[in-house]
Design a protein. Structure first.
Length: 280
């Protein structure tokens, strides 16, 4: 079904609160491109070298909020959780590095001493990453995939009820593969993508996270990728997530629904080709 003018207007209105490129008053980097010092830093078991920024870098989002990566922010140029690199890739191109440096200042390993570190909610920090990618020149679909990767696999702080660190890696990888397919097939707006991610997140939390767990979870980059702790309902290989449960899809932001037409798939999480966009 073709998109009507009313639906197109709705999608454009939903996109108005995000950066889709630089503008004069907002959606811009200040002191770009990021400049790095020559002295590399090795951190624990991380494979990539980190480099301190040589100068302050700022990003101004659509609400004219300033995000800062101060001098000596450590960055490896790729803010993608390690378990998702085979799915997303390890981006180090010029259009990614500014966004990565800003993102790393707020939640990257090695930057715990910075005043910016964890100074904003994790949801806002990861959402800023998308806007910064777009302003840096990243194509919208790729930026959404990279945003989804840090949303599902990146660090979360001050949210004990939204922890995903107990979810076996195989299940998170499966969720990421489905999210990438969903993005490729549906070209969602950011509110629609967030609704889809929230739905996946709820399913994973209900299945794997014990009630009344306290504390923050750390980045999955910094723990062993064993997939240990799988319950009897699954073996850590991507099978058995809510396998017998029919799940309603998330609400669309334009008044329709994202209908999951067959949630009883072999792995229990509906594939994104089962997601139909009503009223489209």
């Amino acid at each position: 079904m073709l998109t009507t003018k009313e639906q197109l207007d709705t999608r454009q209105a939903l996109a108005a609160d995000q950066c889709e490129g630089p503008s004069s008053d907002s959606c811009q980097f200040i002191n770009s491109p990021v400049k790095l010092q020559n002295d590399s830093v090795r951190i624990g078991s991380r494979l990539a070298d980190f480099y301190p920024t040589a100068e302050r870098l700022e990003f101004v989002d659509v609400a004219q909020r300033r995000w800062v990566a101060p001098e000596r922010t450590l960055t490896d140029g790729a803010s993608i959780p390690r378990i998702f690199v085979p799915i997303v890739g390890a981006p180090r191109s010029q259009e990614f590095v500014n966004a990565a440096a800003i993102h790393d200042a707020y939640c990257g390993i090695g930057n715990e001493q910075l005043p910016e570190y964890h100074s904003a909610p994790w949801q806002e920090v990861h959402r800023m990453f998308y806007d910064a990618l777009r302003v840096g020149g990243t194509e919208a679909g790729r930026a959404k995939v990279m945003f989804a990767a840090v949303y599902l696999g990146g660090p979360r702080w001050n949210s004990p009820n939204k922890r995903l660190d107990m979810v076996p890696d195989a299940y998170l990888k499966d969720a990421m593969i489905k999210t990438r397919t969903y993005i490729d097939e549906n070209d969602p707006t950011m509110p629609e993508l967030l609704a889809y991610l929230n739905w996946l997140e709820l399913r994973l939390i209900e299945e794997w996270v014990p009630a009344n767990e306290d504390g923050d979870n750390n980045s999955r980059n910094d723990r062993a990728e064993t997939g240990a702790g799988a319950r009897d309902s699954g073996t850590g290989n991507g099978a058995g997530i809510a396998g017998d449960e029919r799940i309603d899809g998330p609400a669309r932001q334009d008044g329709g629904t994202l209908a999951l037409t067959d949630a009883n798939s072999a792995d229990g999480l509906a594939t994104s080709r089962d997601v139909t966009r009503a009223a489209r």
